[in-house]
Design a protein around this ligand. Structure first.
Ligand SMILES: [Zn+2]
Length: 245
């Protein structure tokens, strides 16, 4: 990626970029150059800093948002609740828009902003609860200090095949602040499931299918076994362990 070290020295100056093939680079190009050379990947900036860097550009907030359609990942406090409302973070640089004739990545752009209907669809697919701790919207936390507010957090999905895609998961604000892994490793998950014994794999597939951990006959029996008096447990132990020989 162009954000990496060693490329910065060759970047045009964000204040007055001189770019062959571009007569007068616009706000989008300049804000991209400002982000990469002044802010830096992984760092935060405020609206005030952005506006004071471009005092003559009245639409600089919009130019910044445009970059999301070019694969630039810029989070605000809605995407990442660890950010203050006035802060944004340059998570990842995208297409180097200062190089003429760049293609706009359709996939990334299409998923970079959510409308209300998409938010509702994702939260409803996540059963209106935090996928980390299980709390529902408006429910009170155990410590009684606050009620849960659900937010959407970005996740990169590593598929078994094909490129990494980005999606959202429903979390409560507290879990979102907890900084869970930003990657959903489907490929690794499936590889781990394949390591299970055939019996375990069948049981696990049943849980996945029904969306909850189904107590199998083995667990039901184990629960019952635990309630039995010592003499009864001893008899069962003796019978089962001698039966396996
Ligand atoms: Zn939670």
């Amino acid at each position: 990626m162009l954000c990496g070290n060693g490329v910065l020295g060759e970047l045009p100056d964000w204040r007055n970029p001189v770019i062959p093939g571009m007569s007068r680079p616009g706000g989008r190009v300049r804000v991209a150059l400002w982000l990469i050379s002044v802010v830096g990947e992984g760092r935060t900036f405020t609206k005030t800093e952005l506006r004071s860097a471009f005092p003559e550009e009245s639409q600089i907030d919009r130019r910044l948002r445009d970059l999301r359609d070019w694969g630039w990942v810029i989070h605000n406090s809605r995407d990442d609740v660890s950010l203050r409302p006035e802060e944004q973070r340059l998570v990842k640089c995208g297409v180097p828009v200062w190089i003429p004739h760049q293609e706009r990545p359709r996939e990334v752009g299409a998923k970079s902003t959510l409308n209300a209907a998409e938010r509702t669809r994702i939260i409803s697919a996540d059963d209106h609860m935090c996928r980390s701790c299980g709390i529902a919207a408006g429910e009170e936390y155990e410590d009684g200090f606050a009620t849960a507010k659900l937010v959407l957090s970005r996740r990169d999905i590593v598929h078994r095949e094909g490129p990494v895609t980005t999606t959202r998961v429903t979390l409560c604000e507290r879990c979102a602040k907890g900084g869970l892994s930003q990657t959903a490793d489907v490929a690794g998950f499936l590889a781990a499931v394949e390591q299970l014994s055939p019996l375990e794999r069948r049981a696990f597939s049943r849980w996945v299918e029904s969306g909850k951990r189904v107590r199998g006959e083995m667990e039901r029996l184990w629960g019952y076994y635990g309630t039995l008096p010592a003499d009864a447990r001893q008899e069962i132990l003796h019978d089962l362990t001698s039966g396996t020989e």
